[in-house]
Design a protein around this ligand. Structure first.
Ligand SMILES: [Zn+2]
Length: 137
């Protein structure tokens, strides 16, 4: 279901609770809401669910991650990012290459994965992980 984007900074500043296999609906709603916007990524608290679930676009496909965590990053740089929840762009520091641990839902269970990201998708994933930590850019 397409959800309304949360812009309340107080709600967005709360760290997300760990996601479980019962949060599959949040993943689906994130994908639906992403497709209705031009966002590169979206976190669950932006659609009113305070759980560590994010969605991001990579080469035209939308992926969902449960409990994503930044493991490492290299090549720090400064850039300007927009956010669906904020009216003005912000200057942020990001890594060009990151390694992320996360979980996917497979057969009704969460399974651990790790993946490396570079470029746009790396930036989108870092932005969405910040949302899970209650950090606004
Ligand atoms: Zn954002």
């Amino acid at each position: 279901m397409i959800k309304e984007i949360v812009k309340d900074e107080k709600l967005l500043s709360q760290p997300a609770e760990p996601a479980t296999a019962d949060d599959a609906q949040i993943g689906e709603d994130l994908v639906d809401t992403m497709r209705a916007t031009d966002a590169a990524c979206l976190a669950a608290n932006q659609i009113g669910e305070n759980k560590a679930v994010i969605a991001y676009n990579d080469n035209g496909r939308t992926f969902v991650m449960y409990n994503p965590k930044l493991q490492s990053g290299i090549q720090r740089f400064t850039t300007i990012e927009e956010c669906l929840s904020l009216d003005v762009p912000s200057t942020v520091e990001r890594y060009k290459m990151i390694r992320v641990s996360y979980e996917i839902l497979a057969g009704g269970k969460l399974e651990k994965r790790t993946r490396k990201f570079t470029g746009w998708s790396a930036q989108a994933v870092q932005h969405a992980i910040d949302h899970c930590e209650g950090k606004l850019v």
